[in-house]
Ligand binder design. Sequence first.
Ligand code: ADP
Ligand code: MG
Length: 524
Amino acid sequence: MHPAHLGVAVLSLSFAGFVKLWRGRRIADGRAIQRTRKALHASEDRLRLAADAANLGVFEWNAQTDETLWENQRIYEIFGRTLEMGPVSMAELAARWLHPDDVQGFEESLSWATRPGRVWQFLCRIMRSDRNVRWLEYSGRFGLDPCGEPIRLLGVVLDVTERQSVSERLERSESQLRLITDAIPAYIAYVDTNLRYVFINRTYQEAFGKPLDEIVGHSAAEVLGESYAGPKPYLKAALAGLEGRFETRMATVQGERILSVVHIPDRDSRGRVRGIVIQGHDITERKLTEEALRTSEKLAVVGRLAASIAHEINNPLESVTNLLFLARSSQELGEVQEYLDTAERELRRVSVIANQTLRFHKQSTNRVEVTCDDLIESVLAIHQGKILNSRVKVEVRMRASQPVMCFAGEIRQVLNNLIGNAIDAMHPGGGRLLIRSRNGCDWRTGQSGLMVTVADTGTGMDPETAQKIFAPFFTTKGIGGTGLGLWVSQEIVERHRGDLRVRSSRRPGRNGTAFTLFLPHEMV
Ligand code: ADP
Ligand code: MG
């Protein structure tokens, strides 16, 4: 039994009765007490010994006269007093010893305990004359006179300062943890090895709009419902000791949110996983912004495309107009025929461009089978004018004939940007644009696919630049660039479960950049 509970078990009217109960005997009335008075003295001594062993101070208080008796040595020690100094009466205790915050509770609890059948229990702080603050746990019971008036309180007191300071520290650190985690606008939780919530912060709780006790103690499967499918494999992996990072969707009372989540296994001193720390950030807004950016970049690409197409078409149309003018003003039939032949060739070129452009746009919503030749040809057609203007020599070497399944419009957009960037890098000095294709294999998955390399002999990039090129808005072209081309390209390639890599050098004579695109033959 906990020493403090000894006091609760004291259910007697007097110290002597306490002794009787302590010994487990039942003595019904006063006369019986008289008869056994002698034996009692001996048991009183034994009780003192037992109380001493349990570190309990024993006292008796006359509620009417405030006369207070201290029954053993221990209570003097608790109060830091000598026998000569004598006991501290209860009135004095309340007036001078108790912590001011505890006085009211002390008096109220005492008056509450005067009703028959009630046990008094009270935890309080005292300030001893040596300025030492102690935590005391009082328990006792009132003896009542025949009219039901409380006469004497027999009680015990235990010094619980050590226990209290440990639990106080624990409480303080728990409340600090709660304050800190509640202030963080992230989802924070801790689950045990049965995947039951042990702790959640306010954000987590608010997401579910449920009281704490409907989450804490319940399993993640139960609380998350359908949203459990996302984190489930990662939770299992964390139980096996693996840290997990992933994005998932969670149904909350504020609607569906997209979270970036980290699971960290918590291990005991022997390295065994005893729980999982869960931390999630709401990235819904970021995702929406990125989506909007992608859409706007796609629009920008369409705009640029339209400009190049207009340019491409304008040149031959201009020459057709000139040729028709020449033909009309010429008198010689042979010459007229020649002008008209040239005009027809130019018009065919216009028609080719128009056809390519149509194909370019038709295939963006459905997966289709296309060959690499088809992809490259249509993209190069758009850049024809620019290629000539910037004195770029194009070398194409196609070795892959097997078609790929893809969103052809999107892949054209990727190649369009790679080729556009290559031409930009060689402007205005010119250079060589090398486009090669071959069948290849993804070393990570072993999947077969198409490898396309777009290489140039342009400026090249320093390692610092090369590191940043896939970030949104990174551009070295000032207002001439958006810095979104490669960022969007990377997303498209990832969606195709492909890969886009870059090698670049600025060494004079070997300067240039090569992008290699891998596309699996079959999209999964
Ligand atoms: P933008 O073309 O609008 O600048 P991109 O995302 O397409 O945006 O490219 C980002 C940056 O990467 C470019 O500004 C350029 O600095 C660099 N870059 C891309 N391709 C090449 C290349 N072939 N040669 C040199 N630098 C390149
Ligand atoms: Mg670009």
